[in-house]
Design a protein around this ligand. Structure first.
Ligand SMILES: C[S@@+](CC[C@H](N)C(=O)[O-])C[C@H]1O[C@@H](n2cnc3c(N)ncnc32)[C@H](O)[C@@H]1O
Length: 281
């Protein structure tokens, strides 16, 4: 039995609505892991580096229409419109995320980025309506990852590209081990919400099953590892500011979760990967 069977209650919308403000202080405006050149590099250039790898995978050109799946607080959507002169629709299940994203775009005078409350596993968008589908660290939060990839492929135009990155599972976790380590996994759920990690090969297989051609899979497990220490440092800096939103218990859970994640990374149970694929022209 794999960790795929460990899922519990699913409500990422509720989770993100609750944590977004505090997480901006802990994780930064870009709500994702960093890719570090060295263990002591600051977080902001490292999160930017992960976004840059996504940009390379997406092969952006002016005038394209991109769907940002799990748009967070709109940081990447705004950046992509400004830097590449493309049009972006950001979707998320978090109303707080929509409000923050919309405010961010408005404050920067960006009209090419719009945001809608939509579930990526049944997005309701027309077939063949995007040149790029981009999912930066959102897939692990979806209970139905097959539907997520199928929807991504469905809305892509022929010749379009799909690019995603996320926390991934590097090995099967036997049921006995899951049971033994249930406190660790419960702590991660408390800190990050319900998540189901898949191997990156799972996403590659789903992409192929939906007619896409996978052209790149990058293992980023090692360069993402320093992320946890940067989050720990941010927690020390902002402990007082984030406590009203997260609560004493939430702060403690976030703090303790970092050592758990470092352990899972070090033993090659969890890691991080990026995948890009194209829709045949
Ligand atoms: C770790 S954050 C990443 C945000 C952003 N991509 C970034 O890197 O800054 C995960 C995002 O996925 C969104 N999300 C979770 N489940 C979703 C779903 N089923 N459909 C759309 N978005 C979802 C969350 O609301 C959140 O915005």
């Amino acid at each position: 039995m794999s960790s795929d069977n460990t899922d519990i209650s699913y409500d990422p919308a509720d989770h993100y609505d609750r944590v977004m403000e505090a997480w901006a202080l802990l994780l930064g405006a870009e709500l994702h892991y960093g890719v570090f050149d060295s263990p002591d590099q600051p977080l902001v250039p490292a999160t930017a580096q992960l976004t840059n790898l996504m940009i390379e995978g997406a092969q952006l050109e002016a005038g394209l229409r991109l769907l940002d799946v799990g748009c967070g607080s709109g940081a990447q959507a705004c950046q992509l419109v400004e830097d590449f002169d493309i049009e972006v629709l950001g979707i998320t299940t978090s109303q707080v995320g929509i409000d923050e994203s919309t405010a961010r775009a408005k404050s920067r005078g960006i009209t090419g980025a719009t945001f809608e409350l939509r579930d990526a596993t049944a997005n309701g968008l027309p077939d063949n309506s995007f040149d790029r589908v981009w999912a930066l660290e959102s897939s692990h939060l979806m209970p139905n990852r097959e539907a997520f990839v199928a929807e991504a492929a469905r809305v892509l135009r022929p010749g379009g590209r799909f690019v995603m990155c996320d926390v991934v599972r590097l090995r099967d976790i036997p049921f006995a081990e899951l049971r033994e380590r249930r406190d660790e996994f419960a702590l991660l759920r408390a800190a990050y919400g319900s998540a189901r990690m898949e191997p990156i090969e799972f996403y590659a297989d789903q992409a192929r099953a939906n007619g896409l051609v996978v052209d790149q899979v990058i293992d980023l497990s090692e360069p993402t590892y320093p992320t946890f220490q940067r989050w720990r440092e941010n927690l020390e800096l902002h402990r007082e500011a984030v406590t009203p939103a997260l609560g004493e218990q939430g702060v403690d859970e976030f703090d303790r979760s970092l050592a758990v994640l470092e352990g899972l990374w070090s033993e090659n149970t969890l890691g991080y990967a990026l995948l890009s694929a194209s829709a045949p022209a």
